[in-house]
Design a protein around this ligand. Structure first.
Ligand code: FAD
Length: 758
């Protein structure tokens, strides 16, 4: 959901499925953005597998990463919001999508389906319980790894063999059979493939294997299977799967220790049930512009679609070819220009991997085989993966008249224009301090104002012996998802109150929404407020008002109120000699979000970081109160070191930090190592002057991590040593699985209070 003041969102394109055609659409939208068009990608898998390379993975030639395309960087490149979800219905007439999670419905103007297919054997009774489909590929890979381990263990421990039946007579079954056999033989260092303990059978309903290929291809494959001891059972139509048994029409049953099916393609019924026209071969019917024949604003490509009057066998080649046309037609449709026709080729080239570093090429009457074909296949496949994983860095245009500043300043401003959002977009603490110093001091000694020790929230004494706590925070969106952003921002804002050992009572929302059409302003606001409401409800906090304004970026924040008994608050001040320092969440959100902005973050890193940021500090606060913490703060924009220094006000103590115990979010150290830091990092690192022995640790990435600004970070508390173990146990039980004791408080030995690294 990209928009800015100069390009108000007016239309919304939703891409469902991360198939081959959508890869081209995302890349094209990243290279040539369409101002005003918001994009959302919804996909079951964010690491989308490239099936052409699956056999190379099975043989062990390729690793997991080299056969997957991570949609996260690609979607970021296109400025698209990413939602990981498997859809099972869409209201195409009302143009809305409902989610199974609490996420609010989304509305679209244009939608494109590139959801692939599943083997049609899923419809055979017993398939789900007793057999394994080759698609979805990721589930298949998991099950294959289990089979692989069982075969190896069985053979090594008792020389056992393993019967594996593969149902389906197309290239997928054959490639898998060759690859599986090769892998087992290589792992067991067997000289001949036919000595393999993996006893393979290919079960096929047709009279011949590879019926869509020419006779030379078929004869070659038949002979190769025979040579490798792989049994072929043609004319066996499977009608039921049972545990370790395949039942075929008019045949004896086949016994197997595991059953895999890689039969012809089919799609689930929901797209047709939802009102799209069905093609004669059972897929979504589209015209040559790739629009469905039922709804002109619904496009469909790849295995899931068939062009009316032009059915073709389902193959990735078509999905890839369609990508270019789809990318163009989606933009043409959005901008009301005539669409282009796609004419599918009559025959597609198939390169079939033989598992032994050889492959065959088959196209109409063409038949070639050998090592060079295998090399050709590898080079085509890896070029395809690289096209969507190696993304160009995009220049950030700086709207400044030439000559106004010198080159160096211009470069510095340009770098700053790439600044991070979230807490990375905070004003540096040194600038803030300098400005606040200039303000006149408050005369009201009862109010903990700017001239007193800075706490996480302001403390306003009330007449009844209670105090009112108030804090305010405002964040710039760091994910292209208003609902998720508001959830994280709300948790972030509540943390100041939790850090003081109190609980939020009520909140006022501050919202900045970029200029958009009325419809999109309303939709963005709806998603923001829904996210905020969910979090406030979970935290027993009432939304009592707020203010919204138009702004260049999407902004969200809360002014939070909490009430507490005077004298019962946790403060930053108060650490005692001997206390244990406990941190509740792992660090690294700053550098990870910076990596995400530069299309360098892996999906699993960001998914994990977003989850950590979405976790409330409510239970952590309760836990620290119950364990009589002596001091507490929340780790946000100034990083662990900066916030820790704020706690070191007592001149007689200092802290020893066990650097290796400081928890890091997955991917954080890798991002820092590759030189990716949040824009606030450099300013935060000025605190290093208070790190006593930094020279000894300066080169360690975990040392850099302590300056990383956090968005919705954890609480850091100073807990009496006697309570620390029980406190940590309770934190784990409360779901803070990264919680860790990271150091302790000691009597001051240095000239000034310092952080001493251990
Ligand atoms: C072992 C094997 C080897 C193959 N080798 C080749 C080959 O060498 N050459 C070739 O041309 N073809 C090959 N194929 C065929 C090829 O896999 C398919 O034709 C191709 O993947 C279809 O691409 P697609 O873009 O339609 O969808 P896919 O690539 O299958 O992508 C579908 C996407 O949609 C997502 N999705 C699915 N359902 C939903 C939902 N309900 N909601 C949200 N997201 C959803 C999935 O997560 C996925 O990201 C092979 C197939 C197999 C099984």
């Amino acid at each position: 959901m990209h928009s800015s003041q100069n390009s108000p969102t007016v239309k919304h394109l939703v891409l469902v499925g991360g198939g081959h055609s959508h890869l081209a659409v995302l890349k094209s939208l990243g290279m040539k953005p369409v101002p005003g068009l918001a994009i959302t990608l919804i996909s079951r898998d964010i690491k989308t597998p490239y099936s052409g390379s699956l056999p190379a993975y099975i043989t062990g030639f390729n690793d997991f990463d080299s056969i997957h395309i991570d949609l996260r960087p690609l979607a970021q490149f296109a400025g698209a919001r990413i939602i990981q979800e498997e859809l099972t219905s869409i209201d195409f007439d009302k143009k809305t999508i409902e989610f199974s999670s609490s996420r609010p419905d989304i509305e679209f103007d244009i939608i494109s389906l590139n959801i692939g297919s599943e083997p049609d054997a899923v419809k055979i009774p017993g398939a789900a319980e007793f057999a394994i489909g080759i698609k979805p590929i990721d589930l298949f890979i998991e099950r294959w790894e289990e089979i692989y381990q069982t075969v190896i263990d069985g053979y090594e421990s008792k020389g056992a063999s393993f019967r594996l039946a593969i149902v389906g007579g197309g290239p997928a079954s054959i490639e898998f059979a060759f690859a599986a056999q090769q892998r087992i033989s290589d792992s067991l260092k067997l000289r001949l493939l036919e000595d393999s303990p993996l006893k393979l059978k290919i079960v096929c309903a047709d009279q011949i294997l590879l019926k869509a290929h020419n006779s030379k291809v078929r004869e070659f494959i038949q002979e190769e299977l025979y040579k490798r001891g792989i049994e072929i059972l043609t004319d066996h139509r499977v009608c039921e799967f049972k545990k370790s048994e395949i039942f075929c029409e008019d045949r004896d049953s086949i016994l197997a220790d595991a059953i895999i099916f890689a039969t012809g393609a089919s799609i689930p019924s929901w797209p047709i049930d939802a009102g799209l026209n069905e093609s004669t071969d059972g897929f979504i019917e589209v015209n040559k512009s790739l629009q469905t024949t039922s709804h002109e604003y619904v496009f469909a490509t790849g295995d899931a679609a068939t062009i009316k009057g032009e059915p073709r066998p389902k193959s990735g080649v078509f999905a890839v070819r369609q990508g270019k046309y789809l990318a163009e037609n989606l933009v043409r449709y959005a901008t009301e220009r005539p669409l282009r026709n796609y004419q599918p080729q009559k025959h597609a080239l198939a390169l079939i991997n033989l598992g032994n570093k050889k492959a065959i090429a088959s196209r109409n009457k063409l038949f070639l085989h050998g090592r060079s074909i295998w090399s050709l296949k590898n080079s085509i496949d890896s070029k395809f993966i690289r096209k969507y994983t190696e993304l160009p860095e995009m220049d950030v245009p700086l709207a400044i008249n030439s000559g106004l500043v010198d080159k160096k300043t211009e470069e510095a401003l340009k770098e700053h224009a790439m600044r991070c959002a979230g807490c990375g977009a905070k004003v540096a603490s040194n600038i803030l301090e300098e400005v606040l110093q200039l303000l006149p001091r408050s005369n009201d000694s009862k109010i903990a104002g700017l001239n007193s020790q800075v706490e996480d929230a302001s403390i306003i004494p009330l007449d009844n012996g209670k105090v009112l706590l108030q804090s305010v925070d405002l964040l710039k969106a760091f994910v292209n998802d208003p609902w998720l952003f508001a959830k994280i921002a709300s948790n972030h804002c509540l943390s100041d109150i939790y850090a003081m050992g109190s609980f939020p009572h009520s909140a006022l929302a501050i919202v900045g929404v970029p200029f958009a059409s009325k419809k999109y302003t309303k939709l963005q606001l709806k998603e923001l407020m829904r996210g905020c409401h969910e979090v406030l409800e979970e935290n027993n906090c009432e939304l009592i008002g707020g203010h919204s304004a138009e702004s260049s970026d999407l902004l969200f924040g809360l002014c939070v109120n909490g009430f507490a008994e005077e004298g019962q608050l946790l403060s930053k001040d108060g650490m005692q000699d001997g206390d244990i320092l406990i941190l509740t969440k792992a660090l690294g959100t700053g550098c990870l979000l910076a990596a995400d902005m530069r299309f360098k973050a892996r999906h699993e890193w960001i998914a994990n970081a977003l989850q950590s940021m979405s976790q409330s500090n409510y239970l952590a606060a309760k836990c620290f109160l119950a364990h009589h913490a002596n001091a507490c703060t929340d780790i946000t924009g100034f990083g662990l070191a900066g916030h820790l220094m704020e706690m070191l006000t007592d001149n007689n103590i200092e802290v020893e930090l066990n650097l290796s115990d400081v928890p890091a979010l997955a991917g954080a150290l890798e991002s820092l190592k590759s030189g990716i830091v949040s824009s606030l990092h450099k300013d935060n690192a000025l605190v290093s002057r208070h790190v006593f022995n930094q020279e000894a640790f300066g080169s360690e990435m975990r040392y850099q991590l302590i300056f990383d600004p956090q968005t919705s970070g954890g609480l850091l508390a100073s807990v009496p040593e006697s309570a620390a173990e029980s406190c940590l146990t309770q934190l784990y039980e409360g779901g803070y699985h990264a919680a860790k004791a990271i150091g302790h408080v000691v009597k001051r030995n240095t000239e000034k209070p310092a952080i001493i690294l251990r």
